[in-house]
Design a protein around this ligand. Structure first.
Ligand code: GLU
Length: 334
């Protein structure tokens, strides 16, 4: 294809291992977010045959340092780019640690049907067998594909395509670190050829009621996650209740915890804190009224959302309303 007729893709870089460097190619330690985006793009053979790439550095951090400020900047930039006629798709380069949170956040606040693809790598750019270049190639191929339109943010890792709501980092090391445990991966992309297996059926992007502006106007309501364990008491929850607008319980099993932690959560809910029960197990739903009387305690059940994604949705739900029934509806629809 002639260079001028290739689709234009915006590449927004935020850092991560994909841009990481080591002292030696076989060493385990490295620094995430060390290389500028131009270096990464140049390292991918054939990328310039897929698209005209317009690269910007939004941040250059390990994604463990991902912040609400960077999320705001990223979402605002995506909104600008998605209004530009000549931009066919957007790729976000991101560290893997919080990739799923950013993907889910963007699925709720970006209002576009253009392809939006998030990509990272588990191995630093200078490692033997770095998979970043292949992931980036596949991400750009997906971003130029008409098949990616209207699906909300997609995550590409290790030749798999995941929906933002479903994807989870499930391993701390190794390249098979991402999965969609509840509903399965969206598809695969091999050698730049995407193949989708399923549609996503929850609300996102053009169908989302949330916005960055409402979230900013509400000052990013503070939501904390409390991790349940055997022998838990209510100390941490009582301490948080005076500060947090919302608390997400990363509960044992189906969103359970000890009687004393439940009593503390119930006190928090009575004081106006939004309380969401989720599960620390990594998959499966937390439904209303299992072993806990959510109606009596005014709790919300997180459904399939992980604690970290429940936190994102609760922040947004708090930015549009104060009614527990409305919060619960959000957890049923997004
Ligand atoms: N902690 C780093 C990050 O999330 C490394 C993880 C990665 O990118 O693979 O940016």
């Amino acid at each position: 294809m002639l260079e001028q007729t290739l689709p234009r893709i915006a590449l927004l870089a935020t850092g991560g291992t994909i841009a990481g460097t080591q002292v030696q190619a076989n060493s385990a330690g490295y620094k995430a977010g060390a290389l500028p985006i131009g270096h990464l793009v140049d390292a991918v053979p054939g990328l310039s045959n897929l698209a005209r790439i317009q690269a910007e550095q939004v941040a250059n951090i390990g994604s463990q340092n991902m912040s609400h400020d960077v999320w705001g900047a990223l979402a605002a930039r995506i909104a600008d780019l998605s209004r530009q006629e000549d931009i066919k798709g957007i790729v976000v380069v991101h560290g893997t640690d919080t990739l799923e949170e950013t993907a889910y956040f963007l699925s709720l606040v970006t209002h576009t049907d253009k392809p939006l693809v998030l990509v990272g790598a588990m191995r630093p750019a200078t490692a033997l067998g770095a998979e970043g270049p292949a992931n980036l190639y596949n991400a750009v191929a997906l971003a130029v594909s008409a098949q990616a339109r209207g699906r909300g943010p997609l995550v590409v890792m290790n030749e798999d395509i995941h929906y933002a709501r479903e994807v989870q980092k499930i391993a701390s090391m190794g390249i098979c670190a991402f999965a969609s445990p509840n509903r399965g991966r969206a598809g695969v992309v091999r050698g730049g050829e995407p193949r989708f297996y399923s549609r996503n059926t929850t609300r996102h992007t053009l169908d989302s009621e949330f916005s960055l502006s409402a979230l900013q106007a509400a000052h990013w309501p503070r939501v904390d996650i409390v991790y349940a364990h055997a022998g838990m008491d209510g100390l941490l929850i009582d301490a948080l209740a005076g500060h947090a607008a919302g608390i997400v319980l990363a509960g044992v099993g189906g969103g359970n915890t000890t009687d004393s932690a439940l009593s503390a959560l119930s006190r928090a809910a009575a004081a106006g804190v939004a309380v969401v029960r989720s599960s620390r197990t990594g998959s499966g739903p937390v439904d209303r009224g299992g072993e806990v009387d959510d109606d009596a305690m005014n709790f919300v059940a997180a459904g399939e959302l992980s604690p970290q994604k429940a936190r994102v949705l609760l922040m947004l739900a708090l930015s549009v309303g104060r009614d527990p029934a409305q919060w619960q509806r959000c957890f049923e629809q997004y």
